[in-house]
Design a protein around this ligand. Structure first.
Ligand code: BES
Ligand code: MG
Ligand code: ZN
Length: 463
């Protein structure tokens, strides 16, 4: 689909918006809408079809509740409606109070979200008949920004939706190596061992697919600051020897959604060229059972020398992140943001409507939460009181990797905190509940969501 910030007279469908309780300028359609009691409730739609013209009217709800994210949602819906009408060229004429740039960007994101389908393994593909959409906006630059961010989000969603048989640590490494304007180094098992990341290696040792430690680097001329993004990259989480029950294992191909997000964000840096240096780090591996797998009771030593008693092999993400955090700290960055499908406990706490946000720096957390709000990605701050670490006390090592059922997202946070230099601002995004959805949400996203891409790129761009 091509999206243009310009008007046209050559379209098959005109799309109008109606705020609740208001009237359209077109008296003919207005009369029909009144007759049929179409009031403009948010998400409602009406097709006015005559031999001369076809008009799709979208209900925009109450004007005071309308914002860029409502626009994004309604545009995803509009794409689906236009497709079912077999429209090829549509002209969108919503009259909202949004700024031109915001309107253009979020309309583009919504339209492309509506178009997304993970249908590569279906012989019958979903129709993509809608080829051109014209917008009553003037900023093509903002449309293009929306398109780039949408494409990166779709890329992240594709990676997470792909079966684990096709997305292995090797696959992630290949994608990371192909990014324009990004220097990528892949470290193999023996090199990782030399660097002392033996906690991470233990998690991957049961798999026939070798681990790949991925370091992507974007370096502008005179960077204002340096950020490290770390993505959890477990390409399949069987639980390991503490094997997951079938129902919980089913979607564990998504356990690399943090990694997918980081690769997608890195892919955008050469496009937007921010004056911020960014490292993208992924300790990719597979958590499997086998004669070589790590076991409950094993004691692992992380890169910073701290020891971990493995109480449960299914709490593997934090072990891999431990070494990745140590590695990032040695790069002397100003900020570290990790994003991980880390705990079922976070999912229990916040559901699939909202992700968890923890860290050692309130200012950084507030900033991320703010950007996320603007993007319609919800994050909620969870505490990381020192007392949560008491649950991780071990008789034989510096800590255990699990702390019981209660407060699991917070105890996981205090675990990670052991591997972060306290002088570096760090935020941890727990996306366990939000990375993969069984039921579509209001913006029609189902399966892998690509959560984090919009928030992190806009955070880096300072928007
Ligand atoms: N990958 C899971 C977390 C997860 C759960 C992601 C549900 C997405 C949806 C993680 O590795 C895990 O298994 N965590 C365990 C930790 C427990 C053993 C302390 C969990 O949350 O059950
Ligand atoms: Mg696990
Ligand atoms: Zn996991």
């Amino acid at each position: 689909m091509n999206i243009f910030a310009q008007s046209t007279s050559d379209y098959d469908t005109l799309v109008l918006g109606l705020f609740y309780g208001e009237e359209l300028n077109d008296t003919e359609i207005s009369t029909v809408l009144k007759r049929d009691k179409f009031e403009g409730n948010f998400g409602a739609s009406y097709v006015y079809n005559t031999t001369e013209k076809r008009v799709l009217v979208l209900g925009l709800g109450k004007k005071e509740n309308f914002d860029q994210n409502k626009l994004r949602e309604i545009m995803a819906k509009a794409q689906r409606l236009l497709t079912s009408l077999k429209s090829e060229v549509a002209y969108l004429q919503l009259e909202t109070d949004l700024e031109d740039e915001i309107y253009a960007e979020f309309a583009a994101i919504g339209l492309l979200t509506g178009e997304y389908a993970f249908d590569k393994y279906k012989t019958k593909k979903s129709p993509k008949t809608l080829k051109e959409v014209y917008l009553n906006a003037s900023s093509q630059k903002s449309v293009d920004k929306g398109v780039k961010i949408s494409n990166a989000t779709s890329f992240a969603r594709n990676l997470s939706n792909e079966p684990a048989q096709f997305v292995t640590p090797e696959t992630l490494a290949q994608y990371a190596s192909q990014l324009d304007g990004i220097e990528t180094k892949i470290y193999e098992r023996d090199e990782v061992a030399k660097m002392g990341m033996n906690a991470y290696l233990a998690v991957g040792q049961g798999s026939i697919n070798p681990p790949k430690f991925i370091h992507m680097h974007y370096k502008p001329q005179n960077p204002k600051k340096t950020i490290a993004l770390i993505g959890k990259g477990i390409t399949f989480d069987s639980g390991g020897m503490d094997l997951k029950p079938a129902a919980s294992m089913l979607t564990m191909r998504d356990d690399m959604s943090g990694a997918a997000c980081v690769i997608a964000v890195m892919s955008l840096l050469n496009e937007f060229k921010p004056d911020i240096e960014v490292h993208g780090i992924i300790a990719a591996c597979e958590n499997m059972i086998s004669g070589k797998a790590y076991k409950p009771g094993d004691i692992l030593t992380a890169k910073n020398g701290k020891t971990i008693e493995v109480e449960n092999t299914d709490a593997e993400g934090r072990i891999t992140l431990a070494d990745a955090l140590c590695y990032a700290c040695e790069l002397e960055v100003d900020e570290i943001i990790d994003i991980a499908t880390l705990t079922g406990a976070c999912m229990v706490a916040l559901g699939s409507q909202c992700a968890g946000l923890l860290g050692n720096n309130k200012n950084l957390m507030d900033k991320i939460q703010n950007v996320a709000n603007n993007q319609g990605e919800r994050f909620w701050q969870l505490p990381m009181f020192a007392e949560y670490f008491d649950m991780l006390k071990s008789d034989v090592a510096d800590m255990k990797n699990t702390g019981g059922r209660w407060g699991g997202a917070s105890s996981a946070g205090t675990f990670l905190n052991e591997f972060v230099n306290p002088d570096i601002a760090w935020a941890h995004l727990d996306i366990a509940g939000t990375a993969f959805l069984d039921k579509p949400q209001k913006d029609l996203i189902k399966g892998a969501t690509g959560i984090g891409v919009r928030t992190l790129i806009n955070y880096i761009l300072g928007e």
